[in-house]
Write a protein that binds this ligand. Sequence first.
Ligand code: TRP
Length: 458
Amino acid sequence: MTSTRKSIHGQWSSRLVFILAATGSAVGLGNIWKFPYIAGENGGGTFVLVYLLCIALIGIPIMMAETMIGRRGRQSPINTMDALSKEEGRSHGWVMLGWMGVVAGFLILSYYSVIAGWALSYIFRTASGAFIGVTTDGVNHIFSELVTDPERLLAWHTIFMVMTMIVVARGVKHGLEKAVRFLMPTLLALLLMTVAYSMTTGHFMEGVRFLFTPGKISGQGVLIAMGHAFFTLSLGMGAIMVYGSYLPRHTSITQASVIIAIADTGVALLAGLAIFPIVFANGLEPGAGPGLIFKTLPIAFGHMEAGTMIGTAFFILLVFAAWTSAISLIEPAVAWLVENQGMNRIYAAVWIGIFTWFLGIGSVLSFNIWSEYTWSVPFLFENKNFFDTLDFVTANLMLPLGGLFIAIFAAWVMHENSTRDELDTYNIIYRIWHFLVKYITPIAVIIVFLNVIGVISL
Ligand code: TRP
């Protein structure tokens, strides 16, 4: 049977727009802020290798599965799972997958917005010339001054949430195309300039070696690398599914997925190449944590030709990248409210925004008055505060779990003729994809989980 549903929210005008929107969702703080700092904390080389393997063997196949499910269902992830499980004659319980995604989206956006707030604040810091000729002590001081002040963090978090609500309220398709078409290449150019600066530090090769020479990795490191593959490609919670639901029929999902994954991975690796040479040249710690890019990039901008201008532009674009990602985190929930509660899009966006904003206060406080409130969960993590816990639970547990269920749904629950019809690709590509989502992805996710809780040991 050929699916003939239509989305009530409209469609992308072409495959290119889908690629741009999905790339806008994928490329964000995950690539530039998170990837370098978790690579630094987990020892570099092997971590990067595991991450790349996860992108290729898990990320791309899941991205294809998620997009395909979305396009076939043509509704918010919750309703899509409902419609498809009925159509395939399967359990209604699969709607839970949609719900888990909605919850994961709130949780992620709540802290994502706080970090985007840091980037917002750094636009003005950089523009004011505060980093000209800055020292290592100087960047550390400026960073800690920001994060230890809850009021400032809250103000920036609020501004970013309002920005996100405005776009979602107007409908994500509005303006996204133009924004991404121009902004992504510019961000890439600025990133390249920063890499060029890093080449002049005399520690470039040290950075390269750190990123690409295999070393040691813990079981938890493997989990974090896999979780990041989901996070960076926006997979496992319905964001790509909802974007897929706006995708016209007869556009190649395979090609789009490969292009998006390559663009996303390229940006992350460039960010790593920009940052680690600066780390080593200035005696900073690779494992400095979430503040890493805010302590390294200002050094580059403070010492390069026209650094104030380049740095200001860089942080503006970083905020844009975060913005185009943030909107995809609440789009599944907003689409559901519009479909099921008949709610006006503006109301839906505002209510969800307020709820997420409120949750974000916990992350704001995690960097100052709550920073000492930590806890541990046996086998999973030790001494994490509110922000670290949210990040760990969403990126490393909820997204891989969501991805696991998406794989199971696509390969074991949906019938082969449905997936073949919807993917509409060459037989050989279909077979490879089907094999990966049927066996490799679920087994890999399960092995990494079992390894982390110590049931098996890799
Ligand atoms: N991928 C984005 C980043 O790397 C973050 C993001 C947007 C996301 N939508 C998502 C992460 C959905 C997980 C799920 O910055």
